[in-house]
Design a protein around this ligand. Structure first.
Ligand code: HEM
Length: 153
């Protein structure tokens, strides 16, 4: 049977997967950052490592739900997976992210933001990602953390 799906290319040129880079050993880097860095297990490692740091932090840990740490781990990991092209489970469970609004109950000063970024930086570095993937992930996290700041001295 022929494939009933019409090609989605331009004119009569069918769409082709684009090879962005070919590595020294032949592996090509295509698709989402979610896939490139190893999918859900990598995001879970990132977020677990992040929360290990947060739990040692006397400025921001008091804001977090100590009795629902596994829930918090799930929420942040699922959100990041969805953002980077993985499954949309976060929004299926939690609705639209509306992250700034969801952070309104917390006093996010520049000090709190820098603590958050410190633990996230350590967590990102622990993954040992390819430099371009690490830079892309970090640029987003840094920008998002600045956008989440809601209390100015
Ligand atoms: C700038 C410093 C930040 C602080 C101090 C902070 C603090 C918090 C706290 C206390 C919670 C509640 C924990 C929970 O019950 O899940 C939370 C939730 C969350 N945060 Fe942050 N956050 C910061 C930045 C960010 C950034 C940059 C992102 C995204 C890139 C983010 C994504 C989330 C998500 C997805 C949730 C769960 C939302 C929900 O579904 O309820 N946060 N954050």
């Amino acid at each position: 049977m022929t494939d009933p799906t019409p090609p989605t290319g331009i004119g009569n040129v069918p769409a082709q997967p684009i090879t962005l880079r070919v590595g020294e050993h032949g592996a090509s880097a295509t698709g989402s950052l979610f896939d490139r860095i190893g999918g859900a297990p990598t995001f879970d490692r990132l977020v677990r490592r992040f929360y290990e740091g947060v739990q040692q932090d006397d400025v921001i840990w008091p804001m977090y739900p100590a009795d629902d740490l596994e829930g918090a781990i799930w929420r942040l990991s699922a959100f990041l997976q969805q953002y980077w092209g993985g499954p949309g489970t976060y929004s299926e469970e939690r609705g639209h992210p509306r992250l700034r609004m969801r952070h309104n109950p917390f006093r996010i000063t520049s000090e709190a933001r820098e603590r958050w970024l410190l633990h996230m930086r350590e967590a990102v570095e622990s993954l040992g990602l390819a430099p371009l993937d690490e830079a892309e992930l970090w640029a987003y996290l840094d920008r998002a953390a600045h956008a989440m700041t809601n209390t100015f001295d």
